[in-house]
Design a protein around this ligand. Sequence first.
Ligand code: HEM
Length: 79
Amino acid sequence: MSGGNDIKGFITPNLTPHPDSRVYGWTEDQFINSFRQKKSIKESPMPWSSFKLMTDDELKAIYKYLQTVPAEVMPKVEK
Ligand code: HEM
């Protein structure tokens, strides 16, 4: 959950509740909206078009789960 994986040159973000995490401080609405928008990076390997189909309840469940994992610093990027 702490990210740092290099997928075709894209680094997966830290999703844990650490102050340095990409999603730190995001409200539930902000988190859900990030899945509702078109992907911000066209070439992103994250399957946004599929994940966009998740329901609000599914995304709320993921959001709530991510609040429960330990806060971690992103590990050194693996090449
Ligand atoms: C339920 C599973 C997942 C969740 C909750 C999740 C969540 C997120 C979030 C919140 C972001 C940041 C978006 C932003 O900055 O606006 C992100 C970005 C990213 N994710 Fe995921 N992700 C998931 C699965 C995946 C998978 C399966 C992959 C790769 C196969 C992936 C790769 C990436 C990458 C490379 C980025 C950075 C580029 C981008 O923002 O599009 N993620 N993810």
